[in-house]
Write a protein that binds this ligand. Structure first.
Ligand code: GBH
Length: 472
């Protein structure tokens, strides 16, 4: 094959960028919106770096038109965003607030007018606080509330949005929210984390069913999982078992029910001392396994694990594996190690091969299902030059490496239909606040001015030509 063909992405490939509601919108008290668990959490002293909150974020709620124009200028043909449940259904139940839905209608119309395909995520971690007060995700009723919300948004926007995602990274919702407590609502109860995981699986299934009942035939339903790449430190049986445990707790706990209609036996065994799984009722697993039109994969960095007796170098540098409370119930016998190699500002090792492995794994595990890389990107300590330009060659190298891995996977037969860079612009990075910049577009947090970084221009050229320019 000529070099140019092997280097090219398919003509219909989606070159997108991703964001989420709480990380960019601001306007948290406008138009009837009520607090979500992230409002409560970020306003609780000590929970986020510097006490940062999403109160203003990058003011996307008021600047969405300019933000869409910026995407169009960059030549992106896809945009993944999430809906704030609290804007649409402030108490998490009952009738919809039309003005809340109208915001997303205007946003989508603006995207469509510029030829940018919208991909809508229903839930990116921001549960209405009232539902948390009623028990949150460990409570079964929350899954049914989610289905009602899914139906409302599906009815309102199904005529203009074709690609629907139920949940973003339910692992984070369950295990960082209720296990390690580094995410909202900040609870630290391993049994509650597993209950939350099950109810998120149920919510996905009920939500997918609700969407099907209201979307036009062209509507497609997906889920985005932070499918981890888990590597054993050695090929010894103890390290292999440790990798199996983490793979179950990171991947199998969601992919199992959603793709195969069952929890892995090894997961049930490993967590038997934490929970009896009695809240898995008859029919739940069949409900969770709904036909999907696509699978979203979010990838940042692989995990390297061993049996705890090995020489562990302590908790993961990203803080998610560390802290006083583990996000891994039943995995006391596992140690995490730093994967060798260069790291981003998050302390996450740069490992494009992991993305290739992940894509190939799910190509095999879900044969025929189209895949999207729904998030991939890197945080760097970007600073404008005196002339205002922002140069981020490290991010260009990161994107080049990971997009090359995607292209290689496609050449090897994987059905990857698109890539959404995380993130369109710098934003509220959860517990890290505004200190970590993932954007291809720089945001000055005093003036809220947006400036495309050199990586945005690099990515724009890739989108325009369908091939990867050399990293500058
Ligand atoms: C995504 O989270 C989010 O969807 C997005 O909102 C966020 O801004 C973005 O990435 C950047 O953080 O071995 O315990 O560390 C990704 C968070 C990072 C959580 C990797 C799981 C691996 C598990 N994930 N982490 S651990």
């Amino acid at each position: 094959m000529p070099e140019s063909l092997t280097e090219s992405f398919p003509p219909a490939f989606l070159w997108g960028a991703a964001t989420s509601a709480y990380q960019i919108e601001g306007a948290v008290r406008e138009d009837g919106r009520t607090p979500s668990i992230w409002d409560t959490f970020s306003h609780t002293p000590g929970r986020t770096a510097g006490g940062d909150t999403g109160d203003i974020a990058v003011d996307h709620y008021h600047r969405y038109r300019d933000d869409v124009a910026l995407m169009a200028d960059l030549g992106l043909n896809a945009y993944r965003f999430s809906v704030s449940w609290s804007r649409v259904q402030p108490t998490g139940r009952g009738p919809a607030v039309q003005v809340g839905l109208d915001f997303y209608r205007r946003l989508v119309d603006e995207l469509l007018a510029k030829g940018i395909q919208p991909a809508l995520t229903l839930y990116h971690w921001d549960l209405p606080q009232e539902l948390e007060d009623a028990g949150g995700w460990p409570e079964r009723d929350t899954a049914f509330r989610f289905a009602e919300y899914a139906r409302i948004v599906g009815e309102a926007l199904g005529d203009r949005v074709d690609l629907w995602t139920t949940l973003n990274e339910p692992w984070c919702s369950a295990f960082l929210g209720y296990g390690s407590g580094v995410h909202a609502p900040g609870r630290t109860d391993p049994a509650a984390a597993l209950r939350a995981a099950h109810h998120l699986n149920l919510a996905h299934g009920l939500g997918a069913t609700a969407l099907r009942s209201v979307l036009p035939a062209r509507g497609r339903v997906a889920v985005s999982l932070n499918s981890s790449v888990v590597r054993p430190l050695s090929q010894g049986p103890a390290d292999l078992a440790a990798a199996r445990t983490i793979d179950d707790l990171a991947n199998g706990v969601f992919h199992g029910p959603i793709l195969h209609g069952a929890y892995p036996e090894t997961l049930l065994a490993a967590t038997a001392s934490v929970t009896d799984w009695s809240y898995v009722l008859d029919g739940d697993l069949a409900t969770a396994r709904q036909p999907l039109d696509a699978l979203g994969l979010n990838y940042y960095t692989p995990a390297l694990v061993s049996a705890a007796s090995g020489t562990a170098d302590g908790p993961r540098a990203d803080g998610h594996g560390g802290g006083d409370h583990s996000p891994w119930p039943g995995a006391e016998g596992v140690a995490f190690h730093q994967t060798p190699g260069e790291r981003t500002e998050m302390g996450w090792t740069i490992d494009p091969e992991g993305l290739y492995e992940l894509i190939m794994r799910y190509s095999a595990e879900a044969p025929g299902l189209p895949l999207y890389v729904t998030e991939n990107g890197a945080a760097y300590d970007d600073k404008p030059d005196p002339d205002g330009a922002v140069h981020d060659p490290e991010r260009i190298a990161y994107l080049h490496g990971h997009l090359s891995a995607v292209r290689r996977a496609i050449a090897d037969g994987a059905r990857v239909r698109g890539y959404y860079l995380w993130s369109l612009m710098d934003n509220f990075e959860w517990a890290y606040g505004y200190g970590k910049r993932f954007g291809a577009v720089y945001v000055d947090y005093t003036t809220l001015t947006r400036t495309p970084k050199s990586s945005a221009h690099w990515y724009a050229e890739a989108a325009r030509t369908g091939t990867l320019p050399r990293p500058a």
